[in-house]
Design a binder for this molecule. Structure first.
Ligand code: AMP
Length: 210
C-alpha cells in the first residue's frame, strides 16, 4: 500500500476517505490540524500556536515540519496518509528531505457541491465519525445520533456559508502551485468527486494505492 499526501477543498470528502483508509488498510492518518489542536496549553509556545490557529493563520513552516517529522518517527510500519501538510511549496520541499515514496491524491470538487456538503456535515462529538444530513448514503439512521457509539452529532463552527467561502478561496489560491509541483514530478492523481458517493471515491483511490 502506498503512502499518500491527500489534498481536497473544504468538504471535498477528505475526512471520510482518511477514515476508510484507517479502517480498511490500517493507515496512519496524520492530520496537522488535529496534531495542532491536540497540543496542550502547558507552554507559551503551544499557547501561541493555539492563538495562530484560532485566527485562521498558518503556523510557521519550521514548527509545522518539525511536528510532522517528530510524529513520523513514532509510527509503526503501516502506510501513512498525510492530510493538511504540505500547505505550501516551502513545506513540500522540506517534506522531501525526510519523507519519500509517496503519491499525491487531489480530491476535486466543484464549489457548489462542496458548499452543500459543508452545510450538511455533522460529526460525532464522541468518536469523530462523519455524517451528512443531505446525503442518502451518509445520513445517520437516527437524526442527530451516531450509529456507531450513540454520541451526539454536531456541526462544525466553520461550516457556515461565509466561512466556507473564505476557506475555499484560500485553499484554491494555495493549492495550485503544489499540484503543479507534484504533477511535474509525476506523483499526482486527480479524482473528481462531484457525482460520487464516498464509497465510489474510495474505490477509485483503492485502484491507485495498491
Ligand atoms: P486544518 O484542520 O487542516 O484545517 O488545520 C487547522 C489549522 O491548523 C490551520 O488553519 C493552520 O492554522 C494549522 N495548520 C494545519 N496544517 C498546517 C500546515 N501544514 N502549515 C501551517 N499551519 C497548519
Amino acid at each position: 500500500m502506498k503512502n499518500i499526501v491527500i489534498y481536497g477543498a473544504p468538504a471535498a470528502g477528505k475526512g471520510s476517505i482518511c477514515e476508510k483508509l484507517v479502517e480498511k488498510y490500517k493507515y496512519n492518518h496524520i492530520s496537522t490540524g488535529n496534531l495542532f489542536r491536540n497540543l496542550d496549553d502547558s507552554t507559551e509556545f503551544n499557547r501561541k500556536i493555539h492563538e495562530t490557529i484560532a485566527k485562521g493563520n498558518l503556523v510557521d513552516d519550521e514548527t509545522t515540519s518539525k511536528l510532522v517529522q517528530n510524529h513520523l518517527e513514532t509510527l509503526d510500519n503501516n502506510p501513512i496518509v498525510l492530510d493538511g501538510f504540505p500547505r505550501n511549496l516551502n513545506q513540500a520541499k522540506i517534506l522531501d528531505t525526510f519523507f519519500d515514496n509517496y503519491i499525491v491524491i487531489n480530491i476535486e470538487v466543484s464549489e457548489m457541491v462542496a458548499l452543500e456538503r459543508a452545510l450538511g456535515r455533522v460529526t460525532c462529538s464522541k468518536c469523530g465519525k462523519i455524517y451528512n444530513k443531505y446525503s442518502e448514503s451518509m445520513k445517520p439512521l437516527k437524526e442527530g445520533i451516531c450509529d456507531v457509539c450513540g454520541g451526539d452529532l454536531v456541526g462544525r463552527s466553520d461550516d457556515n456559508e461565509e466561512s466556507f467561502k473564505t476557506r475555499y478561496n484560500i485553499y484554491m489560491n494555495n493549492v495550485e502551485s503544489l499540484l503543479n509541483y507534484y504533477s511535474e514530478k509525476n506523483l499526482l492523481f486527480i479524482i473528481n468527486s462531484d457525482q460520487k458517493s464516498p464509497n465510489e471515491i474510495f474505490e477509485e483511490i483503492e485502484k491507485v494505492i495498491k
